[in-house]
Design a protein around this ligand. Structure first.
Ligand SMILES: NC(=O)c1ccc[n+]([C@@H]2O[C@H](COP(=O)([O-])OP(=O)(O)OC[C@H]3O[C@@H](n4cnc5c(N)ncnc54)[C@H](OP(=O)(O)O)[C@@H]3O)[C@@H](O)[C@H]2O)c1
Length: 268
């Protein structure tokens, strides 16, 4: 843990960010530190976490605890929760950004990868939210941001499990946002388009013809938009007027609109 004596003496706010060293999570870490919020950062790679923690401490003087942990492992959220509480942190902002995807026809894809994807994108996100929202309810305030995707709004042939996990995140977040109305706690589902970098191993950008030729957002733009949406307490955060119009129309007519056959698998 890198610790600032000054910040430890003050009753500061703290953000927990998963998937903190890369992509959207990395920029969330920078944004929160820039706003003088102490940090608990979780990711798999210890070296990257240490470098980021040191950099944010040196630049912004915030207290940073980092936990190298694979959140797809059974009960991982309970282990990191106990570690965080033991060190005396109270989480004011929970940002669930870690997520993975896979591409291929469901009958051919690897179950182990899918199990890990469901564990990370769904189970771990729900467990972390439960643990920290319980504490937020006791203190009467807090903000949760769950990173879903525009994939949450329709089924995704060739990425069936990934799209389904994101639909879960959206539905779950909207439901608990409603339950927590007037509690002082807000829950935001951030639904980004595929970005220019980041989860490109998903092949979302390469395979989705709907996106070809469109200017795609960058990780840092998505994180800035997500941060402001969370602070405003928006429940569903979709960037761009046309995007919102399109996705809400899809939602309305969901039964009649299925994902067009744009996600075609290239067979060897
Ligand atoms: N990028 C997009 O186009 C896009 C679009 C819509 C939504 N999203 C969503 O946005 C979120 C962030 O995506 P991104 O593109 O920023 O991802 P990214 O660049 O791939 O970063 C994800 C981070 O999460 C970490 N991570 C992966 N598995 C983990 C595990 N089991 N335990 C702990 N940490 C783990 C990764 O570490 P390693 O690198 O060591 O695996 C990485 O640092 C995801 O939930 C994704 O579904 C992304």
């Amino acid at each position: 843990m890198v610790n600032s004596r000054k910040s430890s003496l003050m009753n500061k706010r703290t953000a927990l960010i998963t998937g903190a060293t890369q992509g959207i999570g990395y920029y969330f870490s920078r944004i929160m530190a820039r706003n003088r919020v102490d940090l608990v950062l979780i990711d798999k790679n210890e070296d990257l976490l240490m470098d980021l923690a040191l950099d944010l401490y040196q630049r912004y003087g915030v207290r940073v605890k980092f936990i190298p942990f694979d959140l797809s492992k059974t009960n991982a959220p309970f282990v990191v929760y106990n570690d965080i509480i033991k060190d005396g942190f109270r989480i004011d902002y929970l940002i669930n950004s870690a997520g993975v995807g896979d591409y291929g026809f469901f009958h051919e894809t690897d179950w182990e990868k899918e199990r890990e994807m469901i564990n990370l994108n769904v189970v771990s996100l729900v467990q972390l939210t439960k643990l920290f929202v319980n504490d937020m309810v006791i203190h009467g305030k807090g903000r949760v941001l769950n990173v879903a995707s525009t994939a949450a709004f329709q089924p995704g042939p060739s990425m069936a499990v990934y799209y389904a996990t994101k639909a879960f995140v959206l539905s779950f977040s909207e439901a608990i946002a409603n339950e927590l109305k007037n509690s002082g706690i807000t829950v935001t589902a951030l639904c980004p388009d595929p970005q220019q970098s980041g989860l490109q191993h998903l092949a979302e950008i390469e395979v989705n013809k709907l996106l070809r030729g469109r200017k795609l957002p960058k990780d840092w733009e998505v994180a800035e938009f997500g941060f402001h949406s969370m602070i405003e307490g928006k429940t569903v955060a979709v960037n761009g007027f046309m995007n919102r119009l399109w996705l809400n129309t899809r939602r309305l007519f969901r039964k009649n609109i299925t994902q067009p056959a744009t996600l075609t698998k290239e067979r060897a």
